[in-house]
Design a protein around this ligand. Sequence first.
Ligand code: ACO
Length: 357
Amino acid sequence: PISVRPVGIGSSAPSTVLTNFDLESVHDTSDEWIRTRTGIEERRVLVHDGTRKVVHEDGGEKAERETLRTLGIDAARNAIQMSNINPEDIQLVICATSSPDDLFGDAPSIAAAVGCTTRTVAFDLTAACSGFLFGIVTAGMYLENGACKNALVLGADALTRWVDWDDRNSCILFGDGAGAMVLTNTKSDDAKDESEEDGFGILGYSMHSNGGGYDELKCIYRGEPKKITTPGEGTVVHDGSYDLMTMNGRKIYSFATREVPTVLEEAMEKAGITVDQVDHLLLHQANIRIMEVVAERLGMPMDKVITNLYKYGNTSAASIPLALDEAVRSGRVKKGDVIACAGFGAGLSWGAAILKW
Ligand code: ACO
Protein backbone atom coordinates (compact mmCIF):
# COMPACT_ATOMS: atom_id res chain seq x y z
CA PRO A 1 0.00 0.00 0.00
CA ILE A 2 1.05 3.62 -0.57
CA SER A 3 0.37 6.15 2.18
CA VAL A 4 -1.52 8.70 0.15
CA ARG A 5 -5.11 9.82 0.11
CA PRO A 6 -7.00 11.22 -2.88
CA VAL A 7 -8.54 14.44 -1.58
CA GLY A 8 -9.84 16.18 -4.68
CA ILE A 9 -11.09 15.29 -8.14
CA GLY A 10 -12.12 17.48 -11.05
CA SER A 11 -12.77 17.32 -14.77
CA SER A 12 -13.53 19.39 -17.82
CA ALA A 13 -14.67 18.66 -21.37
CA PRO A 14 -14.92 20.81 -24.49
CA SER A 15 -18.26 22.51 -25.12
CA THR A 16 -18.74 21.10 -28.65
CA VAL A 17 -20.73 17.85 -28.84
CA LEU A 18 -20.38 15.48 -31.80
CA THR A 19 -23.14 12.86 -31.84
CA ASN A 20 -23.30 9.52 -33.63
CA PHE A 21 -25.93 11.12 -35.86
CA ASP A 22 -23.40 13.81 -36.84
CA LEU A 23 -20.99 11.01 -37.84
CA GLU A 24 -23.70 9.33 -39.93
CA SER A 25 -23.42 12.24 -42.32
CA VAL A 26 -19.62 11.84 -42.57
CA HIS A 27 -19.38 8.04 -42.94
CA ASP A 28 -21.22 4.92 -43.93
CA THR A 29 -22.05 4.21 -40.28
CA SER A 30 -25.05 4.45 -38.01
CA ASP A 31 -25.95 5.47 -34.48
CA GLU A 32 -27.16 1.90 -33.95
CA TRP A 33 -23.83 0.34 -35.09
CA ILE A 34 -21.75 2.66 -32.92
CA ARG A 35 -23.99 2.27 -29.85
CA THR A 36 -24.19 -1.52 -30.00
CA ARG A 37 -20.49 -2.08 -30.87
CA THR A 38 -19.03 0.49 -28.47
CA GLY A 39 -21.65 1.97 -26.08
CA ILE A 40 -20.80 5.49 -27.27
CA GLU A 41 -23.60 7.95 -28.15
CA GLU A 42 -21.70 11.22 -28.34
CA ARG A 43 -18.30 12.72 -27.62
CA ARG A 44 -16.86 16.20 -26.91
CA VAL A 45 -14.33 17.63 -29.32
CA LEU A 46 -11.95 20.54 -29.26
CA VAL A 47 -12.81 22.52 -32.37
CA HIS A 48 -10.65 24.92 -34.29
CA ASP A 49 -10.82 28.37 -32.63
CA GLY A 50 -13.28 27.00 -30.05
CA THR A 51 -13.99 29.28 -27.11
CA ARG A 52 -15.77 28.97 -23.79
CA LYS A 53 -17.17 31.54 -21.38
CA VAL A 54 -15.18 31.80 -18.19
CA VAL A 55 -16.35 33.70 -15.09
CA HIS A 56 -13.46 35.60 -13.51
CA GLU A 57 -12.93 36.32 -9.84
CA ASP A 58 -14.17 39.90 -10.28
CA GLY A 59 -17.48 38.44 -11.54
CA GLY A 60 -16.91 39.44 -15.16
CA GLU A 61 -17.31 36.97 -18.02
CA LYS A 62 -14.67 36.45 -20.66
CA ALA A 63 -14.42 34.21 -23.71
CA GLU A 64 -11.32 32.03 -23.52
CA ARG A 65 -9.85 29.80 -26.21
CA GLU A 66 -10.56 26.16 -25.58
CA THR A 67 -7.40 24.07 -25.81
CA LEU A 68 -6.12 21.00 -24.03
CA ARG A 69 -4.28 23.28 -21.64
CA THR A 70 -7.38 25.29 -20.70
CA LEU A 71 -9.33 22.06 -20.11
CA GLY A 72 -6.49 20.88 -17.89
CA ILE A 73 -6.49 24.14 -15.95
CA ASP A 74 -10.25 23.91 -15.45
CA ALA A 75 -10.07 20.28 -14.26
CA ALA A 76 -7.13 21.07 -11.96
CA ARG A 77 -8.91 24.07 -10.40
CA ASN A 78 -11.98 21.91 -9.66
CA ALA A 79 -9.84 19.22 -8.04
CA ILE A 80 -7.83 21.74 -5.97
CA GLN A 81 -11.03 23.45 -4.82
CA MET A 82 -12.44 20.12 -3.58
CA SER A 83 -9.17 19.29 -1.82
CA ASN A 84 -9.05 22.56 0.17
CA ILE A 85 -5.28 22.51 -0.37
CA ASN A 86 -3.52 25.75 -1.21
CA PRO A 87 -1.93 25.38 -4.69
CA GLU A 88 1.26 26.87 -3.22
CA ASP A 89 1.48 23.70 -1.11
CA ILE A 90 1.42 21.38 -4.14
CA GLN A 91 5.01 20.33 -4.86
CA LEU A 92 4.42 17.97 -7.79
CA VAL A 93 2.27 18.26 -10.92
CA ILE A 94 2.18 15.39 -13.43
CA CYS A 95 0.19 15.77 -16.63
CA ALA A 96 -0.46 12.42 -18.31
CA THR A 97 -1.03 13.17 -21.97
CA SER A 98 -0.14 11.94 -25.44
CA SER A 99 -1.50 15.03 -27.19
CA PRO A 100 -0.16 18.12 -25.40
CA ASP A 101 -0.63 21.66 -26.67
CA ASP A 102 3.15 21.95 -26.35
CA LEU A 103 5.41 19.00 -27.21
CA PHE A 104 7.78 20.25 -24.51
CA GLY A 105 5.07 19.63 -21.91
CA ASP A 106 1.85 21.18 -20.61
CA ALA A 107 2.33 20.45 -16.91
CA PRO A 108 4.49 23.52 -16.04
CA SER A 109 2.10 26.02 -17.63
CA ILE A 110 -0.94 24.34 -16.06
CA ALA A 111 0.82 24.38 -12.67
CA ALA A 112 1.59 28.09 -13.02
CA ALA A 113 -1.97 28.92 -14.09
CA VAL A 114 -3.51 27.23 -11.03
CA GLY A 115 -1.21 29.04 -8.60
CA CYS A 116 1.65 26.61 -7.97
CA THR A 117 5.07 28.15 -7.35
CA THR A 118 8.53 27.63 -8.84
CA ARG A 119 9.16 25.16 -6.02
CA THR A 120 6.69 22.83 -7.77
CA VAL A 121 8.20 20.24 -10.09
CA ALA A 122 5.92 19.76 -13.08
CA PHE A 123 6.32 17.39 -16.01
CA ASP A 124 4.33 15.42 -18.58
CA LEU A 125 4.09 11.64 -18.65
CA THR A 126 3.18 9.72 -21.78
CA ALA A 127 1.54 6.32 -21.48
CA ALA A 128 -1.51 6.75 -23.75
CA CYS A 129 -4.71 5.53 -22.12
CA SER A 130 -2.82 4.11 -19.13
CA GLY A 131 -1.32 7.56 -18.45
CA PHE A 132 -3.50 8.64 -15.55
CA LEU A 133 -3.05 5.34 -13.76
CA PHE A 134 0.73 5.40 -14.28
CA GLY A 135 0.63 9.06 -13.15
CA ILE A 136 -1.06 8.46 -9.80
CA VAL A 137 1.26 5.56 -9.01
CA THR A 138 4.31 7.71 -9.92
CA ALA A 139 3.01 10.57 -7.78
CA GLY A 140 2.31 8.06 -5.01
CA MET A 141 6.03 7.17 -4.96
CA TYR A 142 7.08 10.84 -4.57
CA LEU A 143 4.56 11.22 -1.74
CA GLU A 144 5.42 7.93 -0.07
CA ASN A 145 9.15 8.69 0.10
CA GLY A 146 8.51 12.13 1.52
CA ALA A 147 9.80 14.10 -1.49
CA CYS A 148 6.57 16.04 -1.46
CA LYS A 149 3.42 16.38 0.60
CA ASN A 150 0.77 17.13 -2.02
CA ALA A 151 0.57 16.25 -5.71
CA LEU A 152 -1.72 17.06 -8.59
CA VAL A 153 -2.10 14.44 -11.33
CA LEU A 154 -3.86 15.24 -14.57
CA GLY A 155 -5.04 13.00 -17.37
CA ALA A 156 -5.69 15.16 -20.42
CA ASP A 157 -5.97 14.23 -24.07
CA ALA A 158 -7.21 15.60 -27.36
CA LEU A 159 -6.89 12.51 -29.54
CA THR A 160 -9.41 13.90 -32.02
CA ARG A 161 -6.43 15.97 -33.24
CA TRP A 162 -4.71 12.76 -34.33
CA VAL A 163 -7.70 10.72 -35.40
CA ASP A 164 -7.99 9.82 -39.08
CA TRP A 165 -11.44 11.23 -39.83
CA ASP A 166 -11.49 9.11 -43.02
CA ASP A 167 -11.26 5.89 -40.99
CA ARG A 168 -14.71 4.90 -39.69
CA ASN A 169 -13.17 2.12 -37.55
CA SER A 170 -11.40 4.55 -35.25
CA CYS A 171 -12.86 8.06 -35.65
CA ILE A 172 -16.12 7.05 -33.96
CA LEU A 173 -14.32 6.09 -30.74
CA PHE A 174 -12.48 9.15 -29.52
CA GLY A 175 -13.35 12.36 -27.69
CA ASP A 176 -11.38 15.04 -25.83
CA GLY A 177 -11.27 15.94 -22.15
CA ALA A 178 -9.27 16.42 -18.97
CA GLY A 179 -9.45 15.13 -15.43
CA ALA A 180 -7.36 15.83 -12.33
CA MET A 181 -6.79 14.40 -8.88
CA VAL A 182 -5.10 15.89 -5.81
CA LEU A 183 -3.28 13.37 -3.63
CA THR A 184 -1.83 14.03 -0.21
CA ASN A 185 0.77 12.19 1.84
CA THR A 186 -0.98 10.78 4.89
CA LYS A 187 2.25 9.96 6.73
CA SER A 188 2.95 13.63 7.37
CA ASP A 189 -0.69 14.59 7.86
CA ASP A 190 -0.57 16.03 11.39
CA ALA A 191 -4.29 16.81 11.41
CA LYS A 192 -5.15 13.19 10.65
CA ASP A 193 -7.47 11.73 13.25
CA GLU A 194 -8.28 8.54 11.39
CA SER A 195 -7.08 4.96 11.77
CA GLU A 196 -3.80 3.94 10.15
CA GLU A 197 -5.76 1.85 7.65
CA ASP A 198 -7.47 4.97 6.33
CA GLY A 199 -4.04 6.43 5.58
CA PHE A 200 -3.65 4.20 2.54
CA GLY A 201 -5.26 5.48 -0.63
CA ILE A 202 -3.45 3.24 -3.12
CA LEU A 203 -3.96 -0.20 -1.59
CA GLY A 204 -2.14 -2.07 -4.35
CA TYR A 205 -1.12 -1.68 -7.96
CA SER A 206 0.38 -3.50 -10.92
CA MET A 207 1.64 -2.05 -14.21
CA HIS A 208 2.92 -3.54 -17.47
CA SER A 209 4.03 -2.62 -20.96
CA ASN A 210 4.76 -4.62 -24.09
CA GLY A 211 6.52 -2.72 -26.85
CA GLY A 212 6.16 -5.80 -29.04
CA GLY A 213 2.58 -4.69 -29.64
CA TYR A 214 3.29 -1.03 -30.37
CA ASP A 215 2.25 -1.43 -34.00
CA GLU A 216 -1.36 -2.14 -33.03
CA LEU A 217 -2.12 1.43 -31.98
CA LYS A 218 0.24 4.22 -32.83
CA CYS A 219 0.75 7.83 -33.83
CA ILE A 220 4.20 7.93 -35.39
CA TYR A 221 6.63 10.76 -36.10
CA ARG A 222 6.99 10.93 -39.87
CA GLY A 223 9.40 13.79 -40.60
CA GLU A 224 9.35 14.96 -44.20
CA PRO A 225 12.81 15.70 -45.62
CA LYS A 226 13.77 19.37 -45.56
CA LYS A 227 16.98 20.64 -47.15
CA ILE A 228 18.96 23.35 -45.39
CA THR A 229 21.74 25.26 -47.07
CA THR A 230 25.02 24.27 -45.48
CA PRO A 231 28.42 24.40 -47.23
CA GLY A 232 28.75 21.88 -50.05
CA GLU A 233 25.69 19.73 -50.86
CA GLY A 234 23.56 21.11 -48.08
CA THR A 235 22.06 18.93 -45.33
CA VAL A 236 18.73 17.15 -45.39
CA VAL A 237 17.05 17.41 -42.01
CA HIS A 238 13.39 16.70 -41.37
CA ASP A 239 10.37 18.73 -40.39
CA GLY A 240 8.14 18.09 -37.44
CA SER A 241 5.16 16.17 -38.74
CA TYR A 242 3.35 13.11 -37.41
CA ASP A 243 1.20 10.54 -39.14
CA LEU A 244 -2.41 10.18 -38.03
CA MET A 245 -3.31 7.52 -35.51
CA THR A 246 -3.64 3.95 -36.79
CA MET A 247 -5.36 1.19 -34.84
CA ASN A 248 -6.04 -2.51 -35.19
CA GLY A 249 -9.36 -2.50 -33.29
CA ARG A 250 -9.76 -6.26 -33.01
CA LYS A 251 -6.21 -6.77 -31.68
CA ILE A 252 -6.67 -4.00 -29.11
CA TYR A 253 -10.01 -5.49 -28.09
CA SER A 254 -8.51 -8.93 -27.47
CA PHE A 255 -5.44 -7.46 -25.73
CA ALA A 256 -7.71 -5.52 -23.35
CA THR A 257 -10.09 -8.37 -22.57
CA ARG A 258 -7.12 -10.73 -22.00
CA GLU A 259 -4.84 -8.52 -19.89
CA VAL A 260 -7.16 -6.24 -17.88
CA PRO A 261 -8.81 -8.95 -15.71
CA THR A 262 -5.34 -10.38 -14.93
CA VAL A 263 -3.76 -7.05 -14.00
CA LEU A 264 -6.77 -6.24 -11.77
CA GLU A 265 -6.35 -9.60 -10.03
CA GLU A 266 -2.64 -8.86 -9.51
CA ALA A 267 -3.44 -5.47 -7.97
CA MET A 268 -6.14 -6.94 -5.74
CA GLU A 269 -3.77 -9.64 -4.54
CA LYS A 270 -1.13 -7.02 -3.71
CA ALA A 271 -3.81 -5.01 -1.89
CA GLY A 272 -4.80 -8.13 0.03
CA ILE A 273 -8.46 -7.88 -0.96
CA THR A 274 -10.94 -10.05 -2.82
CA VAL A 275 -13.36 -9.06 -5.58
CA ASP A 276 -16.23 -8.94 -3.03
CA GLN A 277 -14.46 -6.13 -1.16
CA VAL A 278 -14.40 -3.91 -4.25
CA ASP A 279 -17.24 -1.36 -4.32
CA HIS A 280 -16.68 -0.04 -7.85
CA LEU A 281 -14.95 -1.13 -11.03
CA LEU A 282 -13.62 1.82 -13.04
CA LEU A 283 -11.90 0.93 -16.30
CA HIS A 284 -10.47 3.16 -18.97
CA GLN A 285 -13.57 4.13 -20.97
CA ALA A 286 -12.84 2.55 -24.36
CA ASN A 287 -15.74 0.25 -25.13
CA ILE A 288 -18.70 -0.94 -23.03
CA ARG A 289 -18.17 -4.47 -24.36
CA ILE A 290 -14.65 -4.50 -22.91
CA MET A 291 -16.09 -3.42 -19.54
CA GLU A 292 -18.75 -6.17 -19.69
CA VAL A 293 -16.19 -8.88 -20.48
CA VAL A 294 -13.81 -7.73 -17.72
CA ALA A 295 -16.61 -7.51 -15.14
CA GLU A 296 -17.82 -10.98 -16.10
CA ARG A 297 -14.32 -12.50 -15.93
CA LEU A 298 -13.87 -11.04 -12.46
CA GLY A 299 -17.34 -12.18 -11.39
CA MET A 300 -18.53 -8.62 -10.74
CA PRO A 301 -22.07 -7.41 -11.42
CA MET A 302 -22.40 -4.60 -13.99
CA ASP A 303 -24.02 -2.33 -11.38
CA LYS A 304 -20.55 -1.98 -9.81
CA VAL A 305 -19.14 -0.64 -13.08
CA ILE A 306 -18.72 3.13 -13.30
CA THR A 307 -19.11 4.42 -16.84
CA ASN A 308 -19.86 7.65 -18.63
CA LEU A 309 -18.49 6.47 -21.96
CA TYR A 310 -21.82 7.07 -23.72
CA LYS A 311 -21.37 10.85 -23.25
CA TYR A 312 -17.64 11.28 -23.86
CA GLY A 313 -16.30 8.36 -25.93
CA ASN A 314 -12.69 7.33 -25.34
CA THR A 315 -10.89 10.34 -23.87
CA SER A 316 -7.62 8.42 -23.41
CA ALA A 317 -5.70 9.53 -20.29
CA ALA A 318 -8.68 11.67 -19.19
CA SER A 319 -11.27 8.89 -19.08
CA ILE A 320 -10.67 7.53 -15.55
CA PRO A 321 -10.66 10.90 -13.71
CA LEU A 322 -13.53 12.18 -15.88
CA ALA A 323 -15.71 9.23 -14.85
CA LEU A 324 -14.53 9.29 -11.22
CA ASP A 325 -15.25 13.00 -10.90
CA GLU A 326 -18.86 12.49 -11.98
CA ALA A 327 -19.25 9.48 -9.69
CA VAL A 328 -17.87 11.37 -6.67
CA ARG A 329 -19.88 14.56 -7.27
CA SER A 330 -23.12 12.60 -7.81
CA GLY A 331 -22.59 10.83 -4.47
CA ARG A 332 -22.19 7.39 -6.07
CA VAL A 333 -18.62 7.04 -4.76
CA LYS A 334 -18.48 7.71 -1.03
CA LYS A 335 -15.59 8.25 1.34
CA GLY A 336 -13.95 4.92 2.17
CA ASP A 337 -15.23 3.15 -0.97
CA VAL A 338 -12.77 0.80 -2.68
CA ILE A 339 -12.39 1.36 -6.41
CA ALA A 340 -10.59 -1.06 -8.72
CA CYS A 341 -9.22 1.03 -11.61
CA ALA A 342 -7.50 -0.16 -14.78
CA GLY A 343 -6.02 1.66 -17.72
CA PHE A 344 -4.90 0.10 -21.00
CA GLY A 345 -3.91 1.23 -24.44
CA ALA A 346 -1.15 2.14 -26.83
CA GLY A 347 2.43 1.18 -26.03
CA LEU A 348 1.07 -1.35 -25.41
CA SER A 349 0.64 -0.39 -21.78
CA TRP A 350 -1.74 -1.49 -19.05
CA GLY A 351 -2.07 -1.25 -15.32
CA ALA A 352 -4.42 -1.41 -12.35
CA ALA A 353 -4.62 0.31 -8.99
CA ILE A 354 -6.92 -0.36 -6.07
CA LEU A 355 -7.90 3.04 -4.70
CA LYS A 356 -9.58 3.90 -1.45
CA TRP A 357 -11.56 7.08 -1.93
N1 ACO B 1 -19.78 1.77 -38.82
C1 ACO B 1 -20.25 0.70 -39.48
N2 ACO B 1 -19.52 -0.38 -39.73
C2 ACO B 1 -18.25 -0.39 -39.30
C3 ACO B 1 -17.68 0.68 -38.61
C4 ACO B 1 -18.50 1.81 -38.38
N3 ACO B 1 -18.05 2.89 -37.73
N4 ACO B 1 -16.41 0.39 -38.31
C5 ACO B 1 -16.18 -0.83 -38.77
N5 ACO B 1 -17.28 -1.31 -39.38
C6 ACO B 1 -17.48 -2.61 -40.04
C7 ACO B 1 -16.17 -3.25 -40.44
O1 ACO B 1 -15.73 -2.74 -41.67
C8 ACO B 1 -16.54 -4.72 -40.50
O2 ACO B 1 -17.16 -4.95 -41.72
P1 ACO B 1 -16.79 -6.29 -42.55
O3 ACO B 1 -17.18 -7.42 -41.64
O4 ACO B 1 -17.62 -6.14 -43.76
O5 ACO B 1 -15.31 -6.20 -42.77
C9 ACO B 1 -17.60 -4.85 -39.40
O6 ACO B 1 -18.06 -3.52 -39.11
C10 ACO B 1 -17.08 -5.48 -38.13
O7 ACO B 1 -15.82 -4.87 -37.82
P2 ACO B 1 -14.98 -5.31 -36.56
O8 ACO B 1 -13.68 -4.59 -36.57
O9 ACO B 1 -14.99 -6.80 -36.42
O10 ACO B 1 -15.91 -4.70 -35.41
P3 ACO B 1 -15.78 -4.95 -33.88
O11 ACO B 1 -17.00 -5.58 -33.36
O12 ACO B 1 -14.45 -5.54 -33.51
O13 ACO B 1 -15.78 -3.45 -33.35
C11 ACO B 1 -14.24 -1.77 -32.54
C12 ACO B 1 -14.75 -2.55 -33.76
C13 ACO B 1 -15.37 -0.99 -31.96
C14 ACO B 1 -13.13 -0.84 -33.02
C15 ACO B 1 -13.69 -2.78 -31.49
O14 ACO B 1 -12.81 -3.68 -32.10
C16 ACO B 1 -13.01 -2.09 -30.37
O15 ACO B 1 -13.60 -1.39 -29.57
N6 ACO B 1 -11.68 -2.32 -30.20
C17 ACO B 1 -10.92 -1.69 -29.16
C18 ACO B 1 -10.47 -0.34 -29.65
C19 ACO B 1 -9.95 0.53 -28.52
O16 ACO B 1 -10.40 0.45 -27.41
N7 ACO B 1 -8.99 1.37 -28.88
C20 ACO B 1 -8.47 2.35 -28.00
C21 ACO B 1 -7.53 1.77 -27.00
S1 ACO B 1 -7.07 2.97 -25.87
C22 ACO B 1 -5.74 3.97 -26.42
O17 ACO B 1 -4.62 3.72 -26.10
C23 ACO B 1 -6.00 5.16 -27.27
